[in-house]
Design a protein around this ligand. Structure first.
Ligand SMILES: *[C@@H]1O[C@H](CO)[C@@H](O)[C@H](O)[C@H]1NC(C)=O
Ligand SMILES: *[C@@H]1O[C@H](CO)[C@@H](O)[C@H](O)[C@H]1NC(C)=O
Ligand SMILES: *[C@@H]1O[C@H](CO)[C@@H](O)[C@H](O)[C@H]1NC(C)=O
Ligand SMILES: *[C@@H]1O[C@H](CO)[C@@H](O)[C@H](O)[C@H]1NC(C)=O
Ligand SMILES: *[C@@H]1O[C@H](CO)[C@@H](O)[C@H](O)[C@H]1NC(C)=O
Ligand SMILES: *[C@@H]1O[C@H](CO)[C@@H](O)[C@H](O)[C@H]1NC(C)=O
Ligand SMILES: *[C@@H]1O[C@H](CO)[C@@H](O)[C@H](O)[C@H]1NC(C)=O
Ligand SMILES: *[C@@H]1O[C@H](CO)[C@@H](O)[C@H](O)[C@H]1NC(C)=O
Ligand SMILES: *[C@@H]1O[C@H](CO)[C@@H](O)[C@H](O)[C@H]1NC(C)=O
Ligand SMILES: *[C@@H]1O[C@H](CO)[C@@H](O)[C@H](O)[C@H]1NC(C)=O
Ligand SMILES: *[C@@H]1O[C@H](CO)[C@@H](O)[C@H](O)[C@H]1NC(C)=O
Ligand SMILES: *[C@@H]1O[C@H](CO)[C@@H](O)[C@H](O)[C@H]1NC(C)=O
Length: 461
């Protein structure tokens, strides 16, 4: 019914970055191929760089080679209650990969919601919203989030699992229909509209619900408020041509996001999937000053890796077969997941460490990380958030240009991502997913780069 009139995009997560404009961007995807050795890592959004680009979401398929991406922190059981939590989260562009110290990282703008002992993902006027990501990967397991979606047309909330090779398991909340949550899945970014289903639920904006993904090697259950709403069996996903199961099967991070699917700068198909154009003058934009989704808690329970997995250690997952990005190509190692500085990659993770006191990149990363602390703690202070004057909270945890400029490795990376703003518009079966980005000029100096994930975007062409 969708037919060739639309390109359907799998989208993996929402990336928000306020960055200095720049043109020297190198893309990486199935069409353009792999990254060059000086920007070896292919980010989740299909842009080459180092530092953050080599951490969460780094795609080994289109990186310079498989060792460019840092090994992925292994799953660990956890329960996070997001009460007064914004100050504990690091900005994704300052995080160096230490999952022992950071369970969650963020992009965009977040704030504490003291009235409900929860975290707000916020989306001020004309912004790109927010995304939080687990630092650890889950390779089969159960993850549950107690949350409230945002609301109104054009406003999309998502709770997804997203792997580095773009396997994906999703819940998507489209704000014009608060009694419906969409489920979906992708194998290596392969887009297929028919994989989406609807689950009926009481008002997702007014009520907390418990959304769970129970992910086993041979099936996935989507469980809403304790009831199995959908089951996908691996054996139903077999592709006889490729001899592969088109089933999500690689280590994946947990991501929760809020993004403006209905922004007027998006393609018509996206806006229409999102329920129509977003109203940037809606009451929420007046008070509290932004659209928001509310995250109360997330539990993660890890299951065993597939039997037969190659194991030499217990710290990280790592892709080991450059021709096979299914679960058969994943090993468990003791390799470090931590970089020394934001100019490192998987080739030289310890670079910044050896000279941390004198290296400029590591001192500048310190500067930017302290500026982020300031902004997120101003967020956590704002108990008035969401109920009154909330100027300060709308800045909370926002990636700012000044923090970007203060860090050299950081700026390098941001430049890359801003240039990705040329926008992609080809649906492919591998790698195209999640690399969709939009050019958005907020003013002469700044660009906002947005990549969507966790949703199926229909793009008219
Ligand atoms: C990847 O490239 C780096 C840098 O050229 C090199 O040091 C490393 O040995 C390569 N790794 C593999 C697996 O080819
Ligand atoms: C949304 O659209 C407005 C123009 O209406 C633009 O200024 C803004 O940058 C866009 N924001 C995003 C995140 O797409
Ligand atoms: C997390 O686990 C605790 C303890 O079992 C439970 O009380 C809570 O409801 C769970 N929360 C989620 C989001 O699953
Ligand atoms: C929400 O979506 C469901 C599933 O498509 C549909 O049955 C229902 O009528 C929709 N409700 C509204 C208010 O659009
Ligand atoms: C989409 O998925 C369905 C069910 O898995 C399958 O029958 C169909 O061939 C797929 N379509 C494409 C274009 O891959
Ligand atoms: C799910 O609901 C949305 C919104 O109501 C609708 O557009 C879509 O076609 C539905 N999908 C399925 C598979 O029924
Ligand atoms: C797929 O697996 C499920 C659960 O193990 C089983 O009930 C079903 O019969 C299998 N289907 C096929 C086509 O093998
Ligand atoms: C099966 O795999 C082949 C080869 O990778 C691919 O061209 C085809 O689209 C896949 N079929 C489906 C239904 O996805
Ligand atoms: C296992 O890892 C250690 C370092 O942690 C390394 O020295 C050893 O060679 C590895 N063994 C295998 C079989 O890869
Ligand atoms: C991996 O590291 C842990 C913690 O440092 C250590 O206890 C274990 O022996 C290491 N395993 C291997 C195979 O090197
Ligand atoms: C990857 O390895 C698995 C297990 O050996 C195999 O079934 C699958 O066909 C392989 N895929 C590719 C693309 O080589
Ligand atoms: C790859 O990136 C180029 C440059 O941005 C873009 O034109 C192309 O559409 C992308 N291809 C895919 C498959 O995403």
């Amino acid at each position: 019914m969708i037919g060739s009139k639309y390109l359907i995009f799998s989208v993996a997560s929402l990336l928000v970055a306020l960055v200095k404009a720049s043109d020297d961007v190198v893309n990486c995807n199935a069409t353009t191929g792999a990254c060059p050795d000086d920007k070896p890592c292919c980010s989740q959004y299909g842009v080459c760089g180092s530092g953050s680009y080599c951490l969460g979401g780094c795609n080994p398929q289109f990186s310079y080679n498989m060792s460019a991406c840092m090994p992925m922190p292994i799953c660990k059981n956890s329960q996070t209650i997001f009460d007064g939590y914004s100050g504990k989260m690091m900005n994704q562009y300052e995080y160096l990969g230490d999952a022992e110290k950071n369970d969650w990282i963020y992009e965009g703008s977040i704030a504490d919601y003291d009235d409900e002992n929860a975290l707000l993902l916020t989306m001020p006027k004309n912004s790109a919203g927010a995304v939080i990501s687990s630092t650890r990967y889950m390779w089969y397991g159960k993850v549950g989030a107690r949350m409230k979606s945002s609301h109104r047309q054009g406003v999309v909330t998502a709770f997804i699992m997203f792997s580095s090779v773009q396997d994906e398991i999703d819940y998507e909340f489209v704000g014009d229909n608060l009694t419906n949550v969409q489920t979906n899945y992708y194998f290596e970014g392969t887009l297929n509209w028919t994989h989406s289903t609807n689950v009926s639920v009481s008002d997702t904006y007014e009520n907390y619900h418990l959304y769970e993904v129970d992910w086993h090697e041979d099936h996935v259950d989507w469980v809403v408020n304790g009831e199995i709403s959908r089951t996908l069996n691996k054996n139903e996903t077999y592709n006889a041509t490729s001899g592969e199961y088109m089933f999500p099967q690689t280590p994946a991070r947990v991501q929760i996001s809020l993004w403006p699917g209905g922004n007027s700068t998006n393609p018509i198909g996206t806006r229409s999937w999102a329920g129509g154009d977003i109203d940037w003058d809606a009451p929420d934009i007046e008070d509290p000053g932004y659209y928001y989704a509310v995250l109360e808690s997330v539990n993660i329970t890890c299951y065993d890796p597939p039997s037969g997995t190659s194991k030499n250690g217990s710290r990280a997952y790592k892709y080991t077969n450059s021709k096979n990005f299914t679960q058969a190509g994943v090993a468990i190692t003791n390799d470090t997941t931590v970089m020394g500085s934001l100019s490192d990659s998987g080739f030289n993770p310890e670079n910044g460490k050896s000279s941390s006191s004198s290296s400029s990149s590591s001192s500048s990363s310190k500067a930017s990380s302290s500026s982020s602390k300031t902004s997120s703690s101003s967020g956590s202070k704002s108990s008035s958030t969401k109920s009154g004057s909330s100027k300060s909270s709308s800045n909370a945890g926002t990636t700012t240009a000044s923090s970007a400029t203060s860090a050299s490795g950081f700026v390098q990376n941001m430049k890359s991502s801003s240039a990705s703003a040329s926008g992609s518009s080809t649906a492919t079966s591998t790698g195209g997913a999640g690399s969709f980005s939009n050019p958005i000029g907020t003013n002469g100096l700044m660009h906002v780069v947005v990549a969507f994930a966790g949703a199926a975007l229909a793009l008219a062409y």
